[in-house]
Design a protein around this ligand. Structure first.
Ligand code: ZN
Length: 330
């Protein structure tokens, strides 16, 4: 007998990554699993499901179920199932019961105000198997609530679904969600949506074109204080097998509090298992900063700033020409 599954978890609990893995497991066994999501959610572009980890997979919309020949499928996987309506959950129940095809739904339990989503409500009511996918709050307790964060603050009012807004969501334990308390200080890796930090990236590198050259291949880390982005850094592997700090910037209003150094020390720890040295290319004004963290001068790339940037970059009233490369043994 096929079953209807509801696997729920808070934001960032790897639900989509799990859904993609399950589909892959079916494929490995020579079977077909159809990936679906409700049309309402258009964040990941047309007909794809995407996770914060950067994994993505093509999908069809639940609204298109009537046009799809289900006899070719051994399983249906539904991502973002919280956005289903009652009739769509009923449609999935009928597929399980009448056609004996298992349906696995992934979604959030409750919205940013703590209310059940419509899809989650009916899945909770009708699913054969309900399973929790766990993730943790910054305090270490299980995160069960989803906070909507705007401008570094937890907001408690507004529409249940905001498409294309500037809000982001953070999973918190019930206590910290209720109090609206975000992590005092945390460093997170950003895998999807790096472009959202472009203004801050440009504090360290004024050319969007230059940033585009390393942003995709690089690993990006953000240090946030009470939910507000304070600093970011991008590191990337070099052709010689060592790693290079490509970008390091502190938000103007957060400067002078040691956040760049804190992020830099954390990067040493993160890249040390993968290389012997970390390089950083910089201008004369920043050499002393890096020296404080054990960097030494390695070489100079003549004319780098003059050749790669259309506009002169001024530092202390003079146009920069050469890039100074520093290196730190890890
Ligand atoms: Zn907590």
């Amino acid at each position: 007998m096929a079953k209807l599954y509801f696997r729920y978890g808070a934001m960032g609990s790897s639900k989509t990554a799990n859904a993609i893995m399950v589909q892959y497991n079916y494929q490995e066994r020579g079977q077909n699993a159809l990936m679906l999501k409700p049309r309402l959610d258009s964040r990941d572009g047309e007909r794809t499901v995407g996770s914060r980890s950067g994994l993505s997979a093509p999908c069809r919309y639940v609204e298109e179920l009537g046009e799809i020949d289900l006899s070719n499928y051994d399983c249906l996987i539904v991502d973002e199932a919280q956005f289903l309506n009652k009739a769509q959950v009923q449609q999935l129940v009928d597929i399980v019961d009448d056609r004996n095809i298992p349906v696995i739904c992934y979604g959030l339990r409750a919205d940013f105000q703590g209310n059940l989503f419509e899809g989650s409500h009916w899945l909770m009511a009708w699913a054969d198997t309900i399973e929790e996918i766990k993730t943790v709050c910054w305090c270490g307790r299980k995160a069960t609530c989803n906070a909507r964060v705007m401008g570094g603050k937890v907001v408690k009012s507004g529409e249940q679904i905001v498409l294309g807004g500037n809000e982001s969501y953070v999973a918190l334990c019930r206590k910290h969600w209720a109090r609206g308390e975000l992590a005092p200080l945390e460093i997170r890796r950003i895998s999807a949506g790096k472009e959202a930090y472009m203004a801050l990236l440009m504090e360290a590198d004024p050319s969007e074109e230059m940033i585009a050259r390393y942003l995709d291949a690089g690993e990006m880390y953000v240090l946030a204080v009470n939910g507000q982005t304070a600093a970011e850094a991008v590191v990337a592997p070099r052709e010689d097998g060592e790693w290079e700090l490509k970008n390091l910037a502190v938000a103007p209003e957060m400067r002078g509090r040691g956040y760049a150094g804190q992020l830099l020390r954390h990067l040493f720890k993160l890249v040390a298992p993968r290389c012997d040295r970390l390089y950083a290319g910089t201008s004369p004004a920043n050499v002393d900063f890096y020296r404080r963290f054990g960097f030494e001068e390695a070489y100079v790339e003549k004319g780098f700033f003059a050749d790669n940037y259309p506009e002169p970059i001024l530092e202390d009233g003079r146009a920069l020409t050469d890039m100074i490369y520093l290196v730190k043994a890890l």
